[in-house]
Design a protein around this ligand. Structure first.
Ligand code: F6P
Length: 563
């Protein structure tokens, strides 16, 4: 109701506060210049471009020189961040102010990885002792499971962990567990079940033995339909295996949640529950007990190294001047392309197989945070916000969608992520991987002119008629922006820094766009409808209460059940 009123008001352009900044005007001018510039010329004009446009922190070297920028653009982007109050908003976040205004919550995932002695207050209460207490409980528990002291209902040690959760309660732990496989305990299998599709839990249960399996049910709210459905199915399976002995639940189920009541209603002893707090957003919760399955896999020392890496990036973000601040630069480059060049998507290309879930993880982090069209005052924005985030590990992506990146009609900025050292030095494969990564970004920047393409064809023996016919297909315009993140090595510390980097990038963009990056009302409507529709599908009666398409689909599905 309120929003339709606001839509008609003068303030509807809302968000013009952004477009009315001096830096926006300056960037509009700079964009007009830059739109006619080729990066080849920028490199030719400045032999120190790499040095000028790289920054290092937390074991990551960020090369953003292959972007459509110069010193003036970077200065104006930093000015825009300043004019939008980034410094003030950052202090507010780290200080525990209620910056998630629609849910009236502080946003303090940074407190979960605070490795300094600094106290952090929410409503006058120092949260650090609570954080440390849960970390200590996680250590005791993970040590017990990993050493074999914690046993299943028949006295055998745990060999398989099944993490049941979805969204932030799955994507972060799953991504990080895959990323840190070289640090994982060999004789402990990890499985992640998220989808309400019964196939997901069924396939996981085929691979585990009830005597040696531990279910970690992760849900901030403990009301999420998918997670509860999967947890109930897992409990039924356990009961069927162990002859209905309910005491087995305490040996095979633990919960991670903020909702003790629902956990105990489900039948999990709250002694086996690891808590966290409403000031931790789901997609920012890996650092809390939500990372329990990861901690079981890699051990608490490694888990705490990951926290330390994230803390290092937090310190860098808080203290580095904007012009040398990795998350600020990364966030503002995204603003540059989205708002001035009109790009609509952003590719993430990790050149590391262990990071194969990283693009999926970032999809939630970025799109659930900034996929919004209403600003902090409830006004519709009059500019673009979050682009579509997508990607695949290199080199696989090269054989799938890179054709479009090189020669498609739109340009799509891409982040390339490559570790310098590999955990698997197999023959010369790491060198080949690196060569592919570097050559893709060079090709995207330089492209290939018609003259170069023609020369190549002549050298290959083509006649002039064929050269003329083929050249249009062989030309690469280039000038396609990429940034490269060179990681020292993909270890717990660097992974922590990498994730924190993207978290802060998302925050920077949310501040510039004037959004609340910490709520997610957009997922509610579908959830509500799913409940109603599930009941209707249960009744088995012909459905006529929806639109014609939905009625038709539901009735066809119902008919299929009876066949
Ligand atoms: O997708 C909506 C959402 O609320 C996410 O923000 C969250 O990570 C996910 O559902 C899971 O929620 P929960 O941890 O409460 O089960």
């Amino acid at each position: 109701m309120a929003s339709s009123h606001k839509h008609n008001s003068d303030k509807d352009t809302g968000s013009s506060a952004l477009k009315n900044t001096q830096a926006w005007t300056r960037l509009t001018e700079l964009h007009a210049d830059m739109a006619g510039t080729h990066m080849r010329d920028l490199f030719a004009a400045d032999p120190k471009r790499f040095q000028r446009f790289t920054v290092s922190a937390g074991g990551i070297l960020y090369d953003y020189s292959k972007n459509l920028i110069d010193k003036e653009v970077i200065a104006a982007l930093c000015d825009l961040a300043k004019e939008r109050g980034l410094e003030r908003r950052t202090t507010a976040m780290f200080s525990g102010d209620i910056i998630n205004t629609t849910e009236k919550r502080a946003v303090l995932h940074t407190a979960l990885r605070n490795r300094s002695n600094a106290k952090i207050f929410v409503d006058g209460h120092n949260v650090m002792p609570d954080v440390m207490d849960v970390l200590a409980r996680m250590r005791t528990f993970t040590d017990k499971v990993r050493s074999g002291e914690w046993t299943g209902c028949t006295g055998k040690p745990i060999r398989s962990i099944v993490n049941i959760g979805i969204g932030g309660s799955d994507l972060g732990p799953y991504m990080a567990t895959e990323a840190l496989k070289p640090y994982a305990k060999d004789d402990l299998d990890l499985h992640f079940v998220s989808n309400v599709d019964g196939t997901h839990i069924s396939e996981a249960l085929k691979k585990v033995d009830y005597e040696t399996c531990l279910f970690v049910v992760v849900s901030k709210t403990f009301t999420t339909q998918e997670t509860l459905a999967n947890a109930h199915s897992a409990r039924d399976w356990l009961m069927a295996q162990c002859g209905g002995d309910e005491s087995a639940i305490a040996r095979h189920f633990v919960a991670v949640s903020t909702n003790a009541q629902q956990v105990s209603d489900f039948g999990i002893d709250t002694d086996n529950m690891f808590g966290f707090w409403d000031w931790v957003g789901g997609r920012f919760s890996l650092w809390s007990a939500v990372g329990l399955s990861l901690a079981l896999a890699i051990g608490m020392d490694n888990f705490e190294d990951m926290l330390a890496g994230a803390h290092e990036m937090d310190q860098h973000f808080r203290t580095a001047p904007f012009e040398k601040n990795m998350p600020v630069l990364m966030g503002m480059l995204g603003v540059w392309y989205r708002n001035f060049f009109g790009t609509s998507s952003q590719v993430i290309a990790p050149y590391d197989q262990y990071l194969h879930r990283f693009p999926a993880y970032l999809q939630q982090l970025e799109m659930e945070s900034n996929g919004k069209s209403v600003d902090l005052d409830g006004n519709r924005v009059d500019y673009e916000t979050c682009p579509v985030i997508w990607g695949e590990p290199g080199t696989n992506g090269q054989h799938a969608f890179f054709q479009l990146l090189h020669q498609g009609t739109q340009f799509i900025p891409a982040d390339f992520i490559l570790p310098v050292k590999t955990h698997n030095p197999v023959n010369d494969q790491h060198r080949l991987l690196a060569a592919n990564c570097f050559s893709q970004t060079e090709a995207m920047m330089r492209g290939k002119t018609a003259g170069e393409a023609a020369d190549e064809l002549r050298v290959a023996g083509y006649g002039e008629d064929e050269v003329e016919a083929l050249v249009p297909f062989k030309v690469f315009e280039g000038n396609r922006p990429t940034s490269t993140l060179l990681l020292d090595v993909l270890d717990p510390k660097t992974l922590g820094a990498l994730i924190a980097l993207y978290e802060h990038k998302v925050f920077v963009q949310g501040v510039v766009w004037g959004l609340n990056s910490f709520d997610q009302w957009g997922v509610e409507l579908g959830k509500q409808l799913a409940k109603t529709i599930a009941d209707e599908l249960d009744s088995g009666l012909t459905v006529s209460s929806h639109d014609d398409s939905t009625n038709g689909l539901m009735n066809a599905w119902l008919q299929g059940q009876g066949d």
